[in-house]
Design a binder for this molecule. Structure first.
Ligand SMILES: C[S@@+](CC[C@H](N)C(=O)[O-])C[C@H]1O[C@@H](n2cnc3c(N)ncnc32)[C@H](O)[C@@H]1O
Length: 278
């Protein structure tokens, strides 16, 4: 007998929760700078994996590249499609898909495969590496941005603080942050056939710019960012929601580099992984 209730994909449910566009709106300048830094050029076929609402895909398309954005979240694919339509970017389209299995995308079909804080969140990292390599053409390049575990800057610290209020992850769960460790990157792309000398890892900075004070930015995470929403739900069940909020507000205030009372600017360190596919 078949099960009448379709299994929920927790990875998809997490990112369809809330509204990541509210956080993505604070990431636009760095997204644009990153597209320049990784050398996206006119005419290139670019895949942006875990593209969200197009923070990287849209500036890539503005350069004249032919861009496909793939994301597991239906709502973010819709938001990205609307943003591209608003800019009349005919060379930029978006579709739903899972970085663990890019069925439907042909082998060796992209000059550049980009994934900025996207594919790192897919649950099967070895499958992700294999799929990214499979769809890249020989001589093409993969650029992946990954947050770094235990880093003193914003994202790793949000995770660290939140984890103290959250239930332990299910057995077999591989933390997305493991993609921020060079030896894991080498092992995963190595299993996909890429020798280590074709992989480089560099620490770079990504800045979040929010139009309000740090406490307002914490509130945006609490209301719209799936992982933080879950942490608050777990904390509130134990009457610890205020303690979590206070911990995050202290973190955001201490990392804020904006000199203005009505703005927050927080630089965060990430690992930029570049893979030359031979
Ligand atoms: C932190 S957001 C980053 C979005 C975008 N790259 C940006 O820089 O704004 C993570 C994104 O990865 C997507 N994602 C998570 N797991 C995925 C998977 N298995 N396959 C494809 N996308 C995934 C989420 O839906 C979300 O859009």
């Amino acid at each position: 007998m078949t099960d009448p209730t379709p299994a929920v994909n927790p990875n998809k449910a997490l990112w369809e929760k809330g509204d990541f566009t509210r956080i993505a709106a604070t990431m636009r300048d760095s997204g644009e700078a990153l597209v320049k830094a990784i050398g996206i050029a006119p005419g290139q076929r670019v895949l942006d994996l875990g593209c969200g609402d197009g923070t990287t895909a849209i500036p890539a398309a503005r350069t004249g590249a032919d861009v496909l954005g793939v994301d597991i979240s239906r709502n973010l694919v819709a938001a990205a499609t609307a943003r591209a339509a608003e800019e009349r970017l005919a060379n930029c389209r978006f579709q739903e898909g899972d970085a663990c299995n890019l069925a439907g995308l042909e082998d060796k079909s992209f000059d550049r495969v980009v994934s900025i804080f996207g594919a790192m969140f897919a649950p099967k990292p070895f499958d992700v590496a294999r799929e990214m390599v499979r769809v890249t053409r020989p001589g093409g390049r993969i650029a992946m941005g990954n947050w770094i575990p235990n880093d003193p800057t914003l994202v790793a610290q949000i995770l660290k603080i939140s984890s103290a209020y959250s239930p332990p992850p299910p057995e077999g769960f591989v933390s997305p942050m493991t993609w921020g460790v060079e030896s894991n990157v080498i092992e995963r792309f190595g299993a996909a056939g890429i020798p280590s000398e074709r992989i480089t890892c560099a620490r770079e900075t990504y800045t979040f710019d929010f139009g309000g004070p740090p406490a307002g930015f914490v509130d945006a995470f609490r209301r719209y960012y799936g992982p933080t929403m879950n942490a608050f739900e777990a904390a509130e069940k134990n009457g610890r929601g205020d303690a979590l909020r206070q911990g995050l507000e202290e973190l955001f205030a201490s990392q804020n580099r904006s000199g203005r009372a009505d703005a927050t600017s927080i630089p965060a360190t990430f690992l930029l992984v570049t893979v030359d596919v031979g």
